[in-house]
Design a protein around this ligand. Structure first.
Ligand SMILES: NC(=O)c1ccc[n+]([C@@H]2O[C@H](COP(=O)([O-])OP(=O)(O)OC[C@H]3O[C@@H](n4cnc5c(N)ncnc54)[C@H](OP(=O)(O)O)[C@@H]3O)[C@@H](O)[C@H]2O)c1
Length: 500
């Protein structure tokens, strides 16, 4: 099942979800409204999806709250909750191929990437968090002989998860994995452009035994669904992934409503720093291209700013030029494609506006710079980008790598930190001391040394500065987001010693 025709045949036979999913069943908006979701690569209509508004959010919250309060999920034996989440992971595994094709059709990303990364990573994340359910322990404090002080974790309550379109399934798993493991009820608002796989996962969750009301998917726009989630007085927490501009809004919503907990995973403008002592520049070039182009550059942790020592710049750019042809752009359903379509016309125009700016600034476009049919953009490399250019400072979120030379390690660190963001970075050096010193000096949540990537489920992911706020996704640290700490003091003094 790996050829383009297999994928296309599956796509033709696919039945796409079109309702929201609330309280364990299909749900149509009270208004009856719908919106169209299309395949960005072809413009073809995939599904007319329920367009919810604040009244539908109220309904979903009432169901999620009832499910939380009666304890149908949080009070299940830990082993039982774990078994249900593991069953969900297995159902996803059984449905890997249709899920990969659905994700590709809905988002424009290459199906090969969905099969190799998005789907297996989603399953792995769910399994990893499921396994924590009966392995994370509470604590006791050193309270002396006269008392016992227990520190226990309790689920935070009803959680709203608001998602971006660039990794629809994976971002869903990053949120619902730890939230469900903690015992929360969840209301997910997928991005308008990419709601399909979240709806399918919710159906499978119900099949796996997740009780009604625990995992709800409310589809619609940011204004009609995201904002009411942010402002809702009976939602205890919002976990948001998306742009920094929208993230800011969620802080305001919380301040204007019930001071709900807010965790933000926002944008990035991440540097790849190549020191003069970097070894094996062919290998480094491969990592640089992967860091900038993977997922069409629609990746919050894309290392899209190449900062390179002037002594190795020419050699590195030659190695990059020799390999860039491997990044074949084409039909997302073709397993040979490494680059598919951008998410849609508006975003395509935004990425193109930065290419126009590069031309206006007379920068050297070493490769690409053009769009192709539909909403595809060729891998693009722009040389000589200075730190005050918008191309250097702003998140482009397309397959665009900028190149800026430096003369010293101190200058490299200054350049690396010279944006409002602090999500990720990469350092390439043959000298571990130099690499580690630079890694420690860069203000970012994840720094990779001589590689690109963000680790696996066992490591936390999140940002410094305007890339993040309030917590981390993935790993046991993600559980901090979705739990409250409760202290219980117990008096152990003998009766004649009086109360504590
Ligand atoms: N740090 C991370 O882990 C991480 C991971 C992935 C992506 N990202 C970031 O995500 C961004 C790309 O995603 P995006 O374009 O989907 O981001 P976005 O425009 O901020 O949208 C994210 C979500 O917020 C909703 N939303 C939009 N306006 C809203 C409002 N006024 N009130 C409430 N909700 C609102 C969107 O709804 P609609 O569906 O209507 O747009 C969508 O569901 C990039 O900046 C990227 O760096 C960060």
């Amino acid at each position: 099942m790996n050829s383009i025709s297999d994928h296309a045949a599956l796509a033709r036979s696919m039945i796409f979800p079109h309702h929201s999913w609330i309280d364990g069943e299909d749900y149509s908006a009270l208004s009856g409204a719908t919106f169209d979701t299309t395949n960005p690569a072809t413009g073809e209509l995939l599904s007319r999806i329920t367009a919810c508004d604040n009244r539908d959010v109220d309904y979903a919250v009432s169901k999620a709250r009832a499910a939380f309060d009666d304890g149908r999920w949080r009070l299940l034996a830990p082993a039982e909750r774990k078994t249900i989440l593991l069953r969900l992971a297995s159902l996803l595994e059984d449905n890997s191929h249709p899920l990969a094709v659905m994700e590709s059709l809905d988002s424009g990303k290459p199906v090969g990437e969905c099969l190799a990364v998005d789907i297996p990573e989603t399953i792995h994340i769910l399994r990893w968090h499921a396994e924590t359910i009966d392995k994370l322990y509470d604590q006791t404090a050193p309270a002396g002989n006269q008392a016992m002080a227990m520190i226990i974790r309790e689920p935070v309550g009803v959680v709203g998860c608001v998602l971006p379109w660039n990794f629809p399934l994976l971002m869903l798993a990053w949120k619902i994995g730890p939230a469900l493991a903690a015992g929360c009820s969840v209301i997910v608002k997928p991005a308008e452009q990419t709601s399909l796989t979240a709806l399918r996962v919710a159906q499978l969750a119900t099949e796996a035994g997740v009780p009604a009301g625990i995992l709800n998917i409310v589809t619609g726009t940011g204004r009609e669904v995201g904002e009411p989630i942010g402002l809702h007085p009976d939602i205890d927490m919002v976990s948001f992934t998306g742009s920094t501009a929208t993230g800011r809004r969620f802080l305001r919503y919380a301040a204007d409503s019930n001071l709900k907990r807010v965790v933000l995973e926002c944008g990035g403008k991440n540097p790849a720093v190549v020191l003069e002592d970097a070894e094996d520049l062919d290998k480094v070039a491969g990592h640089i291209l992967n860091g900038a182009l993977w997922n069409m550059g629609e990746n919050c942790s894309a290392t899209s700013r190449l900062l390179v020592h002037s002594g190795v710049k020419d050699k590195l750019l030659a190695a990059i030029a020799a390999q860039i042809g491997e990044w074949k752009m084409g039909d997302p359903l073709d397993p040979a494609s490494r680059l598919g379509a951008l998410i849609g016309k508006a975003h395509f125009d935004k990425v193109n506006s930065y290419l126009a700016l590069a031309r206006a600034e007379n920068l050297t476009i070493l490769h690409g710079g053009d769009s192709e049919q539909g909403v595809c953009i060729q891998p693009t490399i722009i040389d000589g980008v200075s730190r005050d250019s918008a191309i250097f400072q702003e998140e482009i979120f397309g397959p665009v790598l900028t190149v800026t030379p430096f003369e010293s390690i101190a200058e490299a660190i200054t350049l690396a930190n010279d944006t409002p963001y602090g999500l990720a970075a990469a350092v390439y050096s043959g000298n571990l001391r130099n690499a580690l010193n630079v890694a420690k000096a860069i203000r970012a949540g994840t720094v990779t040394v001589n590689c690109f990537g963000e680790g696996d489920a066992s490591t936390p992911f999140g940002g410094y500065k305007q890339s993040g706020f309030g917590g981390r996704d993935k790993s046991v640290f993600a559980h901090d987001q979705y739990t409250e700490l409760k202290t219980i003091w117990i008096d152990l003094s003998a009766p004649d010693e009086g109360a504590l």
